[in-house]
Design a protein around this ligand. Structure first.
Ligand code: TEU
Ligand code: CA
Length: 563
């Protein structure tokens, strides 16, 4: 297997708005991040993925960009960015930017021109269509509720927006759009950044003719059915690679809504004609239902389904493409609340167990800010607690449609809302958890007095130090090669509690056994496993039991090398 630095990396995602506020306005900023690079260096990560910091009216927290080559005022200046980049490199940390080019803000100069008249030279930078029978051109619905089309009085036409109406979709069929995007990417690469996370990049090529799609019993057909893995998406990415990416040593990860294993083999193929890796969402969609309001339920993730799904990605991409590995990001609820047990008794043990399960797999692991502390979901109580338009719009959509009852839906939104990941980082037990000296833009989780970085840095058995060990095992241990490049095989596939698998390379076998349940579970070493000597690498419980027949405690994880 070809080696690469981005295969041997561990990436830390910073959501700038909620990471650290340096000027007391209650909003995280670039200087705040620069002031915390020592912390990230201590954790042991070597790459930072920065969620968008570009100029934006902040309709979707920066994923609506009005100037790709300037910095959002809330976050500081371009000089602050240049300082962050220089300081990060001085700390041995690479910076991966968030590339949001499926759409811009409606306040971007391109859109202001495009909407001004039907024959404006930039009209076809976006996707405009005549009304159909006086209404939207097709039945597509937005990710953020309502139709994916907005009527524009000035020219009497509709424009497509798969997200909010302030996020008009760019028309990638237009070579001028591709030229502009590639020019902007080159500008950032020439500044010395180290890669891109590409926002909904699987959606940039829409289905020919923008046809109606299956509504699945709802009012609209989900726009993803008309946009994901479209007819020209691989052509566009190969063009991007040839004209930009191939000229630099970058980490590239495509956020690919709707991606399948077959499609991922193209997006992340080992020949390197497109991207290094993709984010897939089949595992984070396991607790969603197949109905139009499917995200907004408190269903638990089925462990056997999870094991088999992640194992399919591990074995079917192996040697053909490369996996990213994540549980959390700024769009997902906190994993310890979703898959673990966030009660005071089991929070830390289950957080460590879940981390072990992910970090010992083949692929590049991503740590989302606060995940390394076992930060939990927030106790949302009322609609006014939320800031995320996806959550707020969903509440109105499904209550107004009479599909859901307010209280029951609010509980489900509290559990799945993206805002769970966006509450301020908990630095210490001081006011506002040390995030800001002002009033935070979103409330700090009241459990910050117990769960914060300062306390965990001082305690050897904290979740922080456990993540630090996992990262060190991958990046700088005698077993790094095995952990990064070893093959993968699931064992005990039908065990409802134990997620157990093997990694093998050059005569060494890694045995990973995680009890993803709150009850004891008995592990019996499979007969075909060598009864060789077992060296324990890590566990979230004291002691170094041999792996041969073991009653595992609730949320116990153990990793051994058999050689
Ligand atoms: O997310 C794309 C996306 O599909 C999200 O809407 C996510 O899958 C969904 O909220 C989970 O239910 C990207 C960014 O990560 C997200 O923050 C942006 O809001 C979105 O694109 C538009 O840029
Ligand atoms: Ca600030």
């Amino acid at each position: 297997m070809k080696k690469a630095w981005w295969k041997e990396s561990v990436i830390y995602q910073v959501y700038p708005r909620s990471f650290c506020d340096s000027n007391g306005d209650g909003i995280g900023d670039l200087k705040g991040i620069t002031g915390k690079l020592d912390y990230l260096q201590e954790l042991g990560v070597n790459v930072i993925w920065l969620s968008p910091v570009y100029r934006s009216p902040n309709d979707d927290n920066g994923y609506d960009i009005s100037d790709y080559q300037d910095i959002m005022e809330d976050f500081g200046t371009m000089a602050d960015f240049d300082e962050l980049l220089a300081q990060a490199h001085a700390h041995g940390l690479k910076i991966v930017m968030d590339l949001v080019v499926n759409h811009t803000s409606d306040e971007h100069a391109w859109f202001v021109e495009s909407r001004s008249s039907r024959d404006n030279p930039k009209r076809d930078y976006y996707i405009w269509r005549e009304p159909r029978n006086g209404k939207e051109p097709n039945n597509w619905g937005s990710f953020f509720s309502g139709p994916a089309w907005e009527f524009d009085e000035t020219t009497g036409m509709y424009y497509l927006h798969c997200f909010s109406k302030k996020q008009p979709d760019l028309n990638w069929e237009n070579p001028e759009v591709r030229d502009q995007v590639f020019k902007m990417m080159t500008w950032w690469c020439d500044k010395g950044i180290d890669g891109f996370r590409m926002d909904v990049i699987s959606m940039i090529s829409k289905k020919e003719g923008l046809p109606d799609v299956e509504t699945n019993g709802g009012l609209y057909g989900h726009c993803s059915l008309g946009t994901c893995n479209g007819p020209h998406v691989h052509e566009y990415l190969q063009e991007m690679r040839n004209r930009v990416l191939s000229r630099y040593d970058l980490l590239t990860v495509g956020e690919c809504a709707g991606v399948t294993i077959e499609e991922a083999k193209k997006y992340a193929n080992s020949e390197g004609t497109e991207l290094n890796m993709v984010f897939q969402f089949e595992h984070t969609d396991l607790d969603a239902r197949l109905t139009p309001d499917g995200k907004w339920y408190k269903d638990k993730i089925d462990i056997v389904a999870l094991k088999k799904l992640l194992s399919r990605w591990e074995t079917e991409l192996s040697e053909i493409a490369w996996n990213s590995l994540f549980w959390c990001n700024h769009d997902q609820p906190r994993i310890v609340s979703r898959l673990g047990d966030d009660s005071p008794r089991w929070r830390e043990t289950s957080a460590k167990c879940i981390a072990t399960c992910l970090h010992m797999m083949q692929g590049t692991p991503y740590v989302y800010q606060g995940e390394e502390l076992g930060m939990t979901n927030y106790p949302f109580r009322s609609l006014s607690d939320f800031r995320d338009l996806e959550s707020i719009n969903a509440y109105h959509e499904w209550v107004d449609a009479g599909v859901r009852q307010p209280e029951e839906l609010l509980e489900a939104i509290a559990y799945k809302s993206r805002d769970n990941a966006r509450t301020p980082f908990q630095w210490d037990d001081g006011p506002n958890a040390g995030f800001t000296t002002g009033t935070p833009w979103i409330a700090v989780n009241p459990n910050y007095t117990r769960i914060n970085a300062k306390e965990q840095l001082a305690r050897p058995d904290s979740v922080f130090h456990y993540y630090q060990k996992l990262i060190a095992l991958r990046r700088q241990s005698v077993d790094s090669e095995l952990i990064v490049y070893g093959d993968y095989a699931l064992i005990l596939p039908d065990d409802p509690q134990l997620f157990a698998y093997l990694r093998r390379l050059g005569g060494k076998t890694l045995l990973v056994v995680c009890n993803l349940s709150g009850e004891k579970a008995s592990f019996r070493k499979p007969d075909d496993l060598p009864a060789a000597s077992a060296r324990q690498l890590i566990s979230n419980y004291p002691g170094e039991p041999a792996p041969y027949s073991l009653v595992m405690e609730p949320w116990q994880a153990n990793v051994w090398v058999l050689e």
